[in-house]
Design a protein around this ligand. Structure first.
Ligand code: IPE
Ligand code: IPE
Ligand code: MG
Length: 238
């Protein structure tokens, strides 16, 4: 019998790390690891949707990743662009709404078109929301929110409200992540959703992203379900 996980998160975000090491440890080129990572994206998305998790966010490419050799950034971008194209029919079938977040400035027209087509096609789906962060960084997100706030010039007291500020972030309307999973053993946030992760439960696993499958996701959910979230309060007042 399948054991029920007691407390499910509403929003899981994943820093998908370890593609390069996965490939190198097999004597393969790093880019093979990026291609292999798509399999893990498929498994994680399917699992989250099956479990009834309302929001899943995946960190696919960071602003800092442009610092890698062009041959690698080109390869990662083409993996992303192809995956969007190939996975959209499955998202339609599974009633998944897909949203892309990140700075669009440095992305080429082909990538932007694929992202926009996918968002448009899946916009009416009412199941899980899949948020894919491409050319994203947490500091960028906060700065773009501040810029838009300044442009719109709302009354000063509104600027002081975390709720109003959140509504200018690229994740407006999305609950803050309850659980962050990072694969590959690195224990850092690497400029992901900085504001949004203020009270997120962090889970680190040594599993490299291309190997991450449903049992690994389940282990993370089980760990989450045993966490005591206090939000600064004490047990009795929660
Ligand atoms: C994560 O895997 C994918 C991206 C950052 C785009 P890495 O490419 O960072 O893999 P490692 O960390 O070098 O093993
Ligand atoms: C974080 O992984 C970014 C993504 C998973 C897209 P990195 O491999 O780029 O992070 P660092 O450099 O180890 O912090
Ligand atoms: Mg890495």
């Amino acid at each position: 019998m399948v054991k029920q996980i007691e407390k499910l998160p509403d929003h899981v975000c994943i820093i998908m790390d370890g593609n390069g090491r996965w490939a190198l440890s097999r004597g393969l080129e790093r880019n093979v690891g990026h291609r292999q990572g798509v399999e893990a994206v498929r498994a994680a998305t399917e699992y989250a949707a099956e479990k009834g998790i309302p929001y899943l966010s995946l960190f696919a490419f960071s602003e800092e990743n442009w610092g890698r050799p062009k041959s690698e950034t080109d390869a990662i971008m083409s993996v992303i662009v192809n995956a969007i194209h190939n996975e959209t029919p499955k998202m339609m079938k599974n009633n998944i709404r897909c949203v892309f977040i990140g700075d669009r400035e440095q992305l080429d027209n082909k990538a932007l078109k694929r992202m926009d087509d996918c968002m448009r096609q899946t916009a009416g789906n009412t199941g899980m929301t899949l948020i894919v962060a491409v050319n994203y960084s947490g500091k960028w997100d906060i700065l773009q929110a501040v810029k838009r706030l300044l442009e719109e010039n709302p009354p000063a007291e509104q600027l002081l409200s975390p709720e109003v500020f959140s509504s200018y972030l690229s994740t407006a309307g999305v609950p803050e992540p309850d659980l962050m999973i990072r694969t590959s053993g690195e224990m850092r946030i690497s400029n992901f959703m900085l504001w949004q992760m203020a009270y997120t439960e962090l889970y680190f696993t040594p599993v490299l992203w291309p190997d991450f499958r449903k049992p690994d996701f389940e282990a993370a959910l089980n760990a989450y379900s045993n966490r005591k979230r206090r939000f600064g309060k004490i047990e009795e007042s929660i």
